[in-house]
Design a protein around this ligand. Structure first.
Ligand SMILES: Nc1nc2c(ncn2[C@@H]2O[C@H](COP(=O)(O)OP(=O)(O)OP(=O)(O)O)[C@@H](O)[C@H]2O)c(=O)[nH]1
Ligand SMILES: [Mg+2]
Length: 234
């Protein structure tokens, strides 16, 4: 066990250079994930929403995360290192169609496991197709995150598919519908194809990936699963 102050991972890191992202490992369940320390942000969303494309656009590396026209391309949790203590995670999409029910159920279970137990997870980037905003699955993910006090930043993706006016009005509509949760939830337009929306996204990622609040825990044992379990574990 690390003594407070004796471990570099207990010091808040500086904002990373996203272009230095490198593939670390894939996991099909929580036990296969890399050590749960440091700062991690996960990209979630329906299958085909553009999670892998967004990571590639952000890191300026077309080959980093595998993308596909076929929904369900990303079937594992894929981890990318930014620095020794900061990571991005490409999650499998939910709502994928062409896999057997049993496989679907197992993926959903592993995804939930990850979201509820991963202590280094600092926030969720939720990708939603701007043409079909906030479908039931998206709402479910958002509800889970809110219940867990997990910050969520919504990317309305494929913004290039709409004209500026309709894209902007979708943004305002979604933002207004989530006004009550403004402390935890933010929304922006994004296009991996046109590489637009990077600055706004990077601002959010930098904030989460350099969040020092966890370091204030004197024992260095901050546990965000406690927030999910309830106040009696605090
Ligand atoms: N026009 C446009 N197409 C996009 C954009 N982002 C992704 N796509 C396309 O959408 C499809 C799905 O993209 P992926 O990045 O593989 O989606 P994903 O969310 O990782 O999908 P799964 O791994 O199946 O969950 C691909 O054909 C991409 O080229 C975008 O911003 N604009
Ligand atoms: Mg993918």
């Amino acid at each position: 066990m690390n003594m407070p102050g004796s471990d570099d991972s207990l010091h808040a890191p500086v904002a990373p250079n996203y272009r230095q992202a490198e593939f670390l490992t894939s996991a099909s369940k929580l036990s296969q994930c890399p050590p749960d320390t440091g700062w991690e942000v996960a990209f979630a969303g329906r299958s085909n929403a553009g999670k892998s494309s967004a990571i590639n656009s952000l890191t300026n590396n077309k080959k980093l995360a595998r993308t596909s026209k076929t929904p369900g391309r990303t079937q594992l949790l894929n981890f990318f290192t930014l620095t020794e203590t900061q990571r991005l995670v490409d999650l499998p999409g939910y709502g994928f169609a062409k896999v057997p029910q049993a496989v679907k159920r197992e993926w959903t279970r592993q995804l939930e496991n990850y979201l509820q137990r991963r202590e280094s997870l600092r926030g969720l980037i939720l990708l939603v197709d701007v043409r079909h905003p906030m479908q039931p699955f998206d709402q479910q993910m958002l509800d889970w995150a809110l219940a867990a006090s997990m910050p969520v930043h919504i990317l309305l993706t494929k913004a290039d598919k709409l004209k500026k006016g309709p894209a902007k009005s979708t943004l305002l509509q979604v933002r207004s519908s989530l006004k009550a949760h403004a402390e935890l939830v933010s929304v922006q337009l994004f296009s991996a194809l046109k590489h637009t929306g990077h600055e706004e996204l990077i601002n959010v990622l930098n904030r989460w990936l350099t969040d020092s609040s966890v370091i204030d825990d004197p024992a260095g044992e901050f546990d965000n699963s406690a927030e999910i379990a309830g106040p009696d574990t605090a």
